[in-house]
Design a protein around this ligand. Structure first.
Ligand code: LIP
Ligand code: MG
Ligand code: MG
Length: 254
């Protein structure tokens, strides 16, 4: 089998050359948005330049507690998405218009559209502000009482979305995620036939920190009616308007 990583990099370089209209003699110029670089004060703004969006460890709390799922995510904006679940040794990949795969096997979302038969994944997030926690619990109560068949959470936003792409769960929603948590997996979900939606309906905005990833518009729209929406500071807000999530501070002290 051809090495998917090698062809991904070749294609990435071709895209960068086209964007910059550079000849093959000029080095290509990629931009980077990464969780750690943004935490260190670098910008989190998307431009026309080809940009890699990276989360080296998604599921940090799991990682710190050696608990189940930990993934790494890598996305060349809208062109490629790669999520690697290192403990399971599962490599989820997608290329725009070319489908989504797990270890080379094609992925397809579940065809179950009855929300009563659905498993919905979500996370409690990292914010411990009691008002935020109340809203998260109101949403969770509303989702359980739809009723759904079950609620699960892998502890990694990217993994929850790969579970949607794999057809194991019908939907995932969260308010409080970051662009590096969801960028790669967004492409994997849409290439597996799923839909992405904002928690109040309409197009998802990856900088808004709000996302629904579902197997269908029907399931996503049921969740829109159910979720108690709020708006955390955007990822592309000025650094002074961003806030550090409380559990991340404690995770980094370990
Ligand atoms: O910090 P990190 O482990 O890269 O990413 C985390 C996610 O994977 C987790 O599922 C989510 O609830 C948090 O909002 C956070 O973004
Ligand atoms: Mg993450
Ligand atoms: Mg991370």
């Amino acid at each position: 089998m051809a090495d998917p990583w090698e062809s991904t990099m070749d294609h990435a370089v071709a895209i960068a050359r086209k964007a910059g209209e550079t000849s093959s003699h000029v080095p290509v110029c990629f931009r980077f948005i990464g969780e750690e670089s943004v935490a260190a004060g670098e910008s989190c703004i998307l431009s026309d330049s080809p940009t890699w969006i990276i989360d080296p460890i998604d599921g940090t709390t799991n990682f710190v507690h050696t608990h189940l799922t930990v993934t790494s995510t890598l996305d060349l904006q809208v062109e490629f998405g790669v999520v690697y679940s290192c403990i399971e040794d599962k490599m989820f990949t997608a290329r725009r218009g070319r489908g989504a795969f797990c270890n080379g096997e094609p992925l397809q979302v579940s065809q179950q559209k009855a929300v009563e038969q659905a498993i919905v994944a979500t996370e409690f997030g990292s914010d411990r502000d009691p008002e935020v926690v109340d809203k998260i619990f109101q949403s969770l109560r509303n989702v359980l009482c739809l009723p759904v068949h079950g609620v699960r959470g892998a502890g990694s936003a990217a993994m929850n979305m790969c579970l949607v792409a794999s057809g194991c769960v019908e939907a995932y929603y969260e308010i409080g995620v970051h662009v590096w948590d969801v960028a790669a997996a967004s492409l994997i979900v849409s290439e597996a036939g799923g839909v992405l939606m904002d928690v109040e309906g309409g197009e998802v905005d990856l900088m808004s920190r709000r996302i629904i990833a579902a197997n269908s518009k029907t399931v996503a729209e049921r969740l829109v009616k159910t979720i108690v929406a709020f708006s955390p500071p955007r990822d592309d807000a000025a650094p002074s308007d961003r806030c550090e999530d409380s559990t991340h501070l404690s995770a980094r002290k370990v």
